[in-house]
Design a protein around this ligand. Structure first.
Ligand code: F6P
Length: 525
């Protein structure tokens, strides 16, 4: 069993090193080293990764790589890729990367994925031929966030005549809103649920079925309006979906890693199989980079180690994801689940309490909107938040002037956070009144990722980059990144409370606050 993180020699060395550089500022580092950007940036085929605005020097990177070695990241990485059951609590391998390698020649699971892709393509063709105009994807969490992000990002290139909608919430208002004005005969529902037991998804599926029935679609014809994506075909079958309308997901693929599986069927329908294959290819290239690049050049490894450095040694409390491109507006939510559901844990693989900070809190929004939301806090708040800026060089539209304005905002924000503004500078800017309110501490860290252009291929790379980042962080923290027991307790309790909420009588045996809320509901419902 691995020793707790704080006992590792490399972790202790990082602690001493953090004290050594505590007084150094990013401003000074940049002034003293004109080559800082060159040292702390990496260029891959399709993007630039700039991490020069972290509070690091060469020694920091060396020490972080020592930590990676002591935590045996490389060997864990190889164990994941070779299909060992590294998902300890569920005794499962972790096989989302195999989904990006649909090669029958490589045996299973590559062959299985290859057959699934063929099946997805054939089913998509059948569906297109039937003249559906609206596809409603029903699913939540990882069974929704990825397909929604990808479909939304490339909606300009959608199949003609098809609209795509997503419904996740238990709130019936969401599905009502989507169904309003739709033509039942032309509407197809994808029920994406690995477990085929998620209450929200099944409630929405039932609402969809009722809506079809109320709008003149009767049995047996109703079956053609549903496609189920699940690892529990027997449950989907009991619900009424024929086998011909089912697609598989593997148990060894976690929900938040499942966009590459048949959970992404909506992407195939909406954007076409070539786009889906490009997404997989981009991710596969990132897998290759992660497996083969040397530690100093390995972008996911560096990104993860910087995350640990900021969170554990530089006192950041959260990480904010800031895509400066509306096509990536759903990326913050996607990465939030990826990181927080994977590593938001306080127990290590050995069942011991994790007595160091766990994963960062992740939130974000699209730039420039975010600037008018929470940037005040980022610049002058009393807690330090690390930023990941993500921009796209080629806009993909013709308004270059406005795109340049957008990117200049992104680059300016990263500089302002790093550089700050002293009292003298504030005064010199003729802001004599209340100048002390205009002091920016600076020294606030960020990474910048610049994609040359946004395509399914580059998005595949980007998502896989963050997946591997989360993986490495999990290994360093020594948590199991592939289960999510934390979502169970509230879910189970909600099932019990639902009965209480529906019953007429006040329920005994609950705490007073819970009972009072139920009583209040019953009284006023
Ligand atoms: O939020 C918990 C969770 O299990 C996620 O991991 C998953 O993405 C989501 O619920 C949906 O689960 P399912 O695909 O089984 O409906």
């Amino acid at each position: 069993m691995r020793r707790p993180l704080p006992e590792l020699a490399s972790y202790q060395a990082l602690r001493s090193h953090a004290q050594e550089i505590e007084k150094r500022s990013l401003r000074d580092w940049f002034e003293q080293d004109p080559l800082r950007f060159e040292t702390f940036s990496r260029e891959l085929e399709q993007f630039l990764f700039d991490f020069s605005r972290n509070r690091i020097c060469d020694k920091t990177v060396d020490r972080l790589l020592d930590l990676s070695s002591e935590c045996e990241v490389k060997s864990w990485r190889d164990r994941m890729f070779s299909g060992e059951p590294i998902n300890l609590t569920e005794n499962l391998p972790v096989q989302h990367t195999a989904l990006r390698d649909p090669d029958p020649a490589s045996g299973e699971p590559g062959g299985l994925q290859s057959r699934t892709l063929e099946r997805m393509g054939a089913l998509a063709e059948e569906i297109h031929e039937q003249g559906f105009t609206d596809v409603v994807h029903l699913g939540t969490g990882g069974s929704q966030l990825g397909p929604r992000l990808v479909c939304d990002a490339f909606s300009d290139n959608a199949q003609a005549g098809l609209s795509m909608h997503f419904v996740a919430n238990a709130d019936a208002r969401e599905i009502n809103c989507v169904l309003k004005g739709r033509e039942a005969g032309n509407t197809l529902f994808i029920i994406a649920s690995k477990s085929f037991a998620t209450a929200e998804t099944l409630a929405n599926a039932q609402a969809a079925k009722n809506w079809l029935l109320q709008n003149g679609i009767a049995d047996p014809g109703i079956a053609r309006h549903f496609v189920a994506v699940t690892s529990r075909p027997e449950r989907a079958s009991a619900w009424g979906i024929p086998e011909s309308q089912m697609l598989p997901v593997w148990d060894s693929v976690g929900g938040r890693f499942s966009v590459w599986s048949a959970v992404g069927f909506g992407i195939v329908l909406y954007l076409g199989m070539p786009a889906f294959r490009q997404l997989l290819l981009g991710a596969r290239e990132m897998d290759y980079h992660f497996r083969t690049a040397s530690p100093k050049q390995n972008v996911p490894l560096l990104l993860a180690l910087l995350g640990i450095w900021n969170q554990h040694f530089m006192g950041t409390v959260a990480q904010v994801v800031l895509p400066y491109d509306t096509r990536l507006r759903y990326l913050p939510g996607y990465l939030q689940q990826l990181e927080m559901e994977s590593n938001g844990k306080c127990v290590d693989r050995g069942g011991r309490a994790l007595d160091v900070p766990g994963s960062a809190m992740v939130f974000g929004d699209v730039g420039t909107n975010a600037q008018h939301g929470f940037f005040q806090y980022l610049h002058q708040g009393s807690h330090v938040v690390h930023c990941d800026f993500i921009g796209v060089v080629r806009a993909g539209h013709s308004n270059r002037s406005q795109h340049e304005m957008l990117l200049s905002n992104m680059i300016a924000q990263a500089r302002a956070l790093m550089h700050g503004q002293t009292l003298e500078e504030a005064q010199a800017r003729a802001q004599t009144a209340y100048a002390e309110h205009r002091v920016f501490p600076g020294n606030r860290t960020s990474n910048t990722i610049l994609l040359r252009e946004l395509t399914p291929h580059s998005l595949g790379q980007l998502l896989a980059l963050y997946e591997h980042k989360v993986f490495v962080e999990g290994i360093v923290l020594n948590v199991n990144s592939f289960d999510q027991p934390g979502v169970e307790l509230g879910k189970n309790l909600a099932e019990c409370l639902l009965e209480s909420l529906r019953s007429r009588d006040s329920v005994q045996g609950l705490d007073p606050a819970t009972r009072a809320l139920l009583d209040y509901y019953r009284k006023h419902a």
